[in-house]
Design a protein around this ligand. Structure first.
Ligand code: SF4
Length: 163
């Protein structure tokens, strides 16, 4: 897996101060995507153990609420194994911190992936220009949902996060 950027603290990619990893690779090709430079899965640099250790360090402070995975699409086919290993390790080290993941897939398409048990919040769906709404928190278009993954898996229906 390649990545483009690691942000040490951001308030605009989920609730609270968050570490954000921007990965390369996306096959959704949404018209007017804000980050088309992330589509090529070979863009950026290789995500190695060094970057993983950096994320582990950045997550340490108490004021950091959790980790956000964005892109690109963290669930692009060739990213899935690396993301699985990363979220598993982060959850084991920091069970109290939450993990948010942005994907262009709809929840029903990826809910059965093994890695989903480590994800707390999923923002799902492609960016749809006709449904663009700048008043929405943490997402670009009204079709995208902010999903409470644990509750949704438990109840076998999509339950949106109460904010
Ligand atoms: S899923 Fe996200 S990164 Fe991929 S094309 Fe759509 S808006 Fe861009």
């Amino acid at each position: 897996m390649n990545y483009l950027k690691i942000e040490s603290s951001s308030l605009s990619n989920g609730l609270g101060w968050r570490v954000v990893l921007w990965v390369s690779g996306c096959s959704h090709y949404c018209p007017n995507c804000q980050n088309p430079e992330t589509w090529d899965h070979k863009a950026g640099k290789k995500f190695t153990d060094k970057e993983k250790q950096l994320i582990v360090e950045l997550l340490k402070p108490d004021y950091i609420k959790g980790l956000t995975l964005s892109g690109g699409d963290p669930l692009f086919e060739t990213n899935r194994e690396s993301i699985y290993m990363l979220v598993k390790e982060i959850k084991e080290l920091y069970p109290e911190k939450d993990i948010w993941l942005y994907t262009g897939y709809d929840f029903d398409q990826i809910k059965d992936l093994q890695l989903m048990k480590y994800i707390d919040v999923l923002i799902d769906g492609k960016f749809i220009e006709e449904r663009r709404d700048i008043t929405l928190a943490f997402r670009g278009s009204a079709n995208q949902k902010i999903i409470d993954v644990k509750q949704s898996l438990k109840n076998d229906e999509i339950i949106e996060l109460e904010m």
